[in-house]
Design a protein around this ligand. Structure first.
Ligand SMILES: [Zn+2]
Length: 247
């Protein structure tokens, strides 16, 4: 992650991202887990260049795309290993699709709006508004991309495991925990290397997508407050999947 001094505009933009996320949280109503999430960081896949850390000042779209691809590959490796360890067959999420216009991508016949990222359970894919995601990537940092992918990927894992909570917030916080576990475990396994500041980016990024404090926890589309989401993410990050109530 870049030095804090390099991200002077972060505060205001993060606020904007939060608003966008909250307002879109229910956009996918009717879908298993359509929603917006977003945060940022400075991570990098350990392979094929295990000893490298990304230049923190680089915020190109090409780098963003590489981070998305890295995050997807790491998530696939991680969940494949988890499923294998428990004797279950694992099928990766079918695709990760960027989009630029509202309605360009649909999930179960429902057009996806701008400024969002979703997992579509009907067709088993992740889709994200590329302009919105790049903006968050630039403002929060590259770690945001790894968190975002990890969270949406976790929704796909929930479907595979048949997990379906009564309240949105339970499903969302569990996905945050699982995103934390995939990242923390991948770092511990040497599959992902963090650059200086990445942990701070996670913290900023997860907090940035917290619900408005006035949002009732039981509301449809509720994801959890910034504090709840941050606490849950780091519990998974530090102590792995046993914190996530998957069984
Ligand atoms: Zn979610």
């Amino acid at each position: 992650m870049g030095p804090w001094s390099g991200r002077v505009a972060r505060g205001p933009l993060v606020g904007l991202v939060v608003v966008a996320l909250v307002s879109l949280a229910c956009a996918g109503g009717g879908l298993a887990q359509p929603e917006g999430e977003r945060p940022g960081a400075n991570l990098r896949a350990a392979s094929p260049e295990p000893n490298t850390t990304r230049a923190d000042s680089t915020t190109s779209v090409a780098e963003f795309k590489q981070d998305v691809a890295d995050a997807q590959a790491i998530a696939e490796r991680y969940w494949a290993a988890q499923f294998k360890a428990s004797g279950q067959r694992f099928t990766p999420i079918r695709r990760v699709t960027p989009y630029q216009r509202a309605g360009e991508v649909s999930c179960g016949g429902q057009p996806l709006p701008r400024n969002n990222a979703v997992y579509c359970s009907q067709d088993d894919f992740i889709a994200y508004d590329v302009a919105w995601s790049v903006a968050a990537f630039r403002e929060v940092g590259d770690a945001f991309v790894f968190y975002l992918l990890g969270h949406e990927y976790a929704h796909g894992i929930q479907v595979r495991l048949g997990i379906n909570y009564s309240f949105t917030i339970q499903q969302e916080l569990q996905a945050d925990c699982m995103a934390g576990a995939y990242l923390g475990d991948s770092v511990r396994a040497g599959d992902l290397r963090l650059a200086e500041g990445d942990l701070d980016e996670f913290r900023e990024g997860v907090a940035a997508v917290g619900d408005d404090p006035d949002q009732p926890w039981f509301a449809e589309g509720a994801h959890g407050t910034a504090e709840q989401r941050t606490d849950t993410f780091f519990r998974g990050y530090e102590r792995s999947l046993k914190e996530c109530d998957l069984s």
